[in-house]
Design a protein around this ligand. Structure first.
Ligand code: 13P
Ligand code: SF4
Length: 369
């Protein structure tokens, strides 16, 4: 890529996109089709009055003009979830109207798993992707776990099956299998322990073995390999969002914003991570900004992260390189309302599989406790 002033200007313009801009940008991702059943709710005076405080919270990332399309859903969802004794667990990649306006708990994969295990609510609405809802169900089999869109998948979860894990066990006899939570219940059940991007190193170090097989994310595994003396065997899975960041793009961001701190998710290739100032889970990146208050930050991760962290950090300027997860973006306010109203989208896991998967998840939670 050329370093001419025009090229630099283009990089700057593209990187200032918000999630909403990215949703309109067809080059950036496949936009999930709008549910045909969606009929817009009315923005009444009551809705406007009751949601005003929430609007003020997100005014930095949602315009006044957009608010009437979100507010009626927010109002209905917040009323209904109390009536149904439901909690909404939202991942850091949810759009800000979900993350800040209707969630009862928001965080990274590890935090959501921990929260699912301890909530008293009878119904969990998982505002995230399918493997997250399955993890909640595995930890709370007696609860009703709903996902607003069953198609909200993950390229990592889709990259491996339980049969693949059995073949890997034969290939690496006696080597502990550490499995990223971004996998199906069956894959978790076939593994020795789970990990998230928050605790992957601690989980790897918790074994006496000198060799570990880390599946399915090759990049997370290679990033962890750089931090441990153990030999890490990898598998060929990858996150379709984070693998798209390139070392060249990081160099361009450095050039365009020399004063910016660059943070990356460890699902990015190691060649990208090594050019950044810090790598960590979505929670770790969010905490970095909150604790250190850099004047300008670039988050090498999914689009909504910057929007959500920006709301709580008004003094920090965000550059938004923005690769969007099309699976996370399937979760919308109308679908969440539908889910709550009809108790639809129930996630079930075969009890025998769930029992074995739970052992892998609980072993992980014990390491981080
Ligand atoms: P975190 O555990 O860091 O939230 O990551 C989950 C994920 O899917 C990132 O792509
Ligand atoms: Fe999966 Fe990547 Fe989307 Fe996370 S961002 S849910 S790892 S596809």
């Amino acid at each position: 890529m050329s370093d001419s002033p025009t090229a630099l200007q283009k990089i700057k313009e593209r990187a200032m996109l918000t999630t909403k801009d990215a949703l309109k940008n067809k080059d950036n991702c496949t936009i999930p089709a709008k549910a045909e059943t969606e009929t817009a709710l009315a923005y009444t005076e009551e809705v406007a009055r009751e949601t005003e405080a929430l609007y003020e919270r997100v005014a930095k990332v949602i315009t006044r003009a957009e608010w009437p399309s979100f507010a009626p859903y927010i109002y209905e969802i917040n009323k209904l979830k109390k009536e149904k004794n439901a909690v909404i667990l939202a991942h850091n990649y949810m759009t800000p109207e979900i993350f800040h306006c209707i969630s009862d708990f928001a965080g990274d994969s590890l935090q959501l798993a921990q929260q699912a295990a301890k909530t008293d609510a009878q119904v969990i609405i998982q505002a995230g992707v399918h493997f997250m809802a399955e993890t909640s169900k595995i930890l709370s089999p007696e609860k009703t776990v709903l996902i607003p869109d069953m198609e909200a998948g993950c390229s990592l979860a889709a990259s491996i099956t339980a049969a693949d894990v059995e073949l890997l066990r034969e290939k690496y006899p006696g080597v502990p299998i550490v499995t990223y939570v971004n996998t199906s219940a069956e894959v978790k059940a076939a593994s020795d322990i789970c990990c998230t991007s928050s605790n992957a190193l601690a989980v790897v170090e918790s074994f006496d073995s000198d060799e570990i097989l880390m599946i399915p994310d090759q990049y997370l595994a290679r990033n962890i390999a750089k931090q441990t003396k153990k030999k890490i065997h990898t598998y060929a899975g990858s996150c379709e969002v984070h693998e798209r960041f390139t070392p060249d793009s990081i160099r361009q961001f450095r050039k365009a914003w020399p004063d910016a701190v660059i943070l990356a998710h460890p699902e990015c290739p190691p060649e990208v991570v090594e050019l950044c100032d810090f790598a960590g889970s979505t929670k770790a990146m969010s905490d970095y900004v909150t604790d250190k208050q850099p004047s300008r930050v670039v988050m090498i991760t999914e689009c909504s992260m910057s929007d959500n962290v920006a709301v709580n950090n008004p003094g920090v300027e965000f550059v938004r390189p923005c690769n969007m997860c099309p699976h996370m973006k399937r979760i919308t306010l109308p679908k969440i309302l539908d889910c709550l109203k009809n108790m639809s989208g129930e996630v079930t896991v075969d009890p025998a599989v769930a029992a074995r998967a739970k052992l892998s998840v609980e072993r992980m939670l014990a390491v981080t406790a």
